[in-house]
Design a protein around this ligand. Structure first.
Ligand code: MN
Length: 490
């Protein structure tokens, strides 16, 4: 795996003389050392020097653009750094950009403070000059203010780093579509050229026949090895071992094709399984647990978003899953959404050890009962995210939700299930989601935050809609109406 790094670039100028610049460099190095040693940043921070001229800035930004490990740059102006020096560099920047508005000292030292101190410690105006030019250039950036040793500042920096990893993953993401989208469905459609231009995704189709051919060359010993892995991760709650072995064969064949093409997300549809006995259930679930993104019914947008949000999570494979809003519990005072899918929910969000079960699947071309993982989702705060194509622009919708232990055991439900309350409450939450045009397919994530999704959307320059505890239908309608105008002008 690539060792991702973030670069700290400190802004200054030559006016201050060697002594001040030496102090600035020492302090920046100290800051980077402290932040890395804190153990709170998910990625290494590298001090790339103090930038003092247009040439130096342009040169380091060119380097950042072409350095594969560099996942973003963080700037800080310890002293005043005249911002016309930054125009050429920043205008060419292709990596995520964070402006850390911090200061070396926490306190104003009452007795010590004199004009020498003021000339050295002037982030308060240095960072304003620096902020202006990014605003003037209208380039996306994250602004984080606070003392660099504060936990909350380090946490924000770490959170932004993870969102930046989402950007890096998105820009190189390849999606393998096995067959097309489910017939007649609107929300799973989209402009693949626009998506590649905006988000970098390469979305292409492979014939199901190619997959069947690959399945036919999977060996018994490959299947044995994967079934052993299933047995160590999951409880086997079926006598139908052949169905499990068949899923293993599907998984091995899909993973070979995915890795051969460098794809980290895939979609398929129950309407196009020609030559296969069963829809991949356990196979897709286990691939998701390894970090692959999946979308049902040919939904390549949710497949890609699942892969991206997994990569943004803990250890670049967080608790995020392909999800679908299925049915409601509309009892006053106990109002919930039940989320599930035909088969494919990622076990990374399971509360306990998943069971492998086999059941008949009435929808689609399944000759035999597919094996699938059955479990309950975890309790806790989470978000659901949906990317929709509005025609001319992409809209990323994010809703805060509170997942609960399912309030009933639903013994006859043969799939993994999650139960949650959306913000601000079930009914307004549904009204807002539908008003915004959010899909029935989402990515449900416990470890990616709404703020990270907002950062991701900003960096990608796509529309972001956030439904929170404070959202009303009226306020949302106004926001959407203004956004319609704004995005027409862009
Ligand atoms: Mn579906």
């Amino acid at each position: 795996m690539m060792k991702r790094k973030f670069w700290l670039l400190v802004g200054s100028q030559t006016l201050y003389g060697i002594d001040v610049l030496r102090t600035v460099a020492e302090r920046a190095a100290e800051m980077v050392e402290y932040l890395n040693a804190s153990g709170r940043l998910p990625y290494e921070l590298v001090y790339k020097g103090t930038a003092k001229s247009n040439d130096e800035i342009s040169s380091v930004i060119r380097e950042a653009n072409y350095d594969e490990e560099c996942t973003g740059i963080i700037t800080w102006c310890h002293t005043f750094s005249p911002s016309k020096m930054w125009i050429n560099g920043l205008a060419a920047l292709q990596k995520p950009y964070c402006h850390l508005a911090t200061q070396y000292n926490r306190e104003i030292p009452n007795n010590e403070i004199d004009m020498d101190f003021m000339n050295l410690n002037q982030a308060a105006h240095g960072d304003r000059e620096h902020g202006f030019i990014a605003a003037r250039l209208r380039i996306p950036r994250k602004v984080i203010a606070g003392h660099w040793q504060d936990e909350s500042v380090i946490e924000k920096l770490g959170s932004w780093m993870r969102a930046s990893v989402g950007v890096a993953v998105s820009k190189e993401l390849k999606v393998m579509r096995f067959g097309d989208n489910m017939r007649e469905v609107a929300v799973t459609e989209g402009d693949k050229v626009e998506v590649q231009m905006k988000l970098g995704w390469q979305v292409n189709t492979w014939a199901v026949g190619d997959l069947v051919k690959e399945m036919n060359s999977v060996t018994e010993s490959e299947i044995n090895a994967l079934v052993t892995e299933y047995k160590s991760n999951y409880d086997i709650a079926t006598e139908n071992i052949e169905a499990i072995r068949y899923q293993a064969k599907e998984e091995i064949a899909m993973e070979k094709m995915l890795s051969r093409e460098g794809c980290i997300a895939f979609s398929n549809t129950f309407q196009d399984l020609y030559g296969m006995e069963q829809l991949p259930g356990l196979a897709s679930q286990h691939l998701m647990s390894k970090g692959y993104g999946y979308g049902g019914e040919g939904d390549w947008k949710v497949a890609a978003m699942t892969a991206i949000m997994k990569a943004m999570g803990e250890n670049e494979n967080g608790a995020s899953s392909f999800m679908e809003d299925y049915t409601y519990h509309l009892i006053k005072g106990s109002e919930y959404i039940l989320g599930a899918h035909m088969l494919e929910v990622c076990p990374s969000i399971a509360a306990g050890k998943p069971r492998i079960e086999t059941h008949h699947l009435g929808i689609g071309m399944n000759d035999k009962d597919p094996a699938r993982l059955v479990f309950e989702g975890k309790e806790g705060s989470a978000i659901v995210v949906s990317l929709v194509d509005m025609g001319g622009r992409l809209r990323l919708i994010c809703q805060d939700v509170e997942c609960v232990k399912p309030i009933m055991d639903m013994p006859n439900l043969p799939v993994a299930r999650v139960m949650w309350k959306p913000a601000p409450n079930l009914l307004t939450g549904i009204e807002c989601w539908i008003t915004a045009g959010g899909a029935h397919h989402t990515v449900l994530s416990y470890d990616v935050s709404a703020e990270q999704m907002k950062d991701f959307a900003n960096m990608m320059q796509i529309e972001f809609v956030h439904i929170t505890k404070d959202t009303t239908v009226e306020s949302l309608e106004e926001k959407l109406m203004i956004a319609d105008l704004v995005w027409k002008l862009k």
